[in-house]
Design a protein around this ligand. Sequence first.
Ligand SMILES: CC(C)(COP(=O)(O)OP(=O)(O)OC[C@H]1O[C@@H](n2cnc3c(N)ncnc32)[C@H](O)[C@@H]1OP(=O)(O)O)[C@@H](O)C(=O)NCCC(=O)NCCS
Length: 143
Amino acid sequence: MRDELKIRKAIMKDIPDLIAIVRGVKSIEDYPGEYNRNYFIKMLKGHFVLSAELNGKILGFAEFEMDKHAKRVFLESIAIAKEFRGRGIASKLLEEVELFAKNKGLKLISMLVRDWNTDMNYLVKKKKYRKSDNFYLWEKRLS
Ligand SMILES: CC(C)(COP(=O)(O)OP(=O)(O)OC[C@H]1O[C@@H](n2cnc3c(N)ncnc32)[C@H](O)[C@@H]1OP(=O)(O)O)[C@@H](O)C(=O)NCCC(=O)NCCS
């Protein structure tokens, strides 16, 4: 039987795999909180989450929000299990998010990516994303 990657809506049963993926992400600051079951239950209830599944195992996910008023999807996070990176899984997830947005009549996909995140910046450029002219990220560090 041929192995086939499935992109589908994330369900509660995926949570242990999702936890393992997020805990394996080096830049843990991108995933604040405890990364426990409750964190993911909230995520699945409050946001759209797509899982990438191969032979019953979740290899990655994309989490996003829909802003109908702004006709925009905002990608909150996307992550792939370390040993399965570089195989086009994030690309497929992103394509599905784009399809979702198009089907809903939305016109824009936005996300924040850290400047040092080479892998993600490479991926979005390849997928024809452009830096926004409309926003600066303003920050104030509190002492
Ligand atoms: C960024 C991330 C989601 C990419 O996932 P992925 O499944 O490896 O991405 P893909 O395989 O679809 O890669 C897309 C392109 O990037 C390239 N790429 C991915 N990782 C790369 C690396 N380390 N070095 C060079 N190119 C890389 C792939 O080769 C591919 O290009 P190609 O089609 O020309 O070969 C993954 O590295 C990850 O989970 N990182 C940690 C979490 C994270 O930073 N998320 C983003 C927060 S905004």
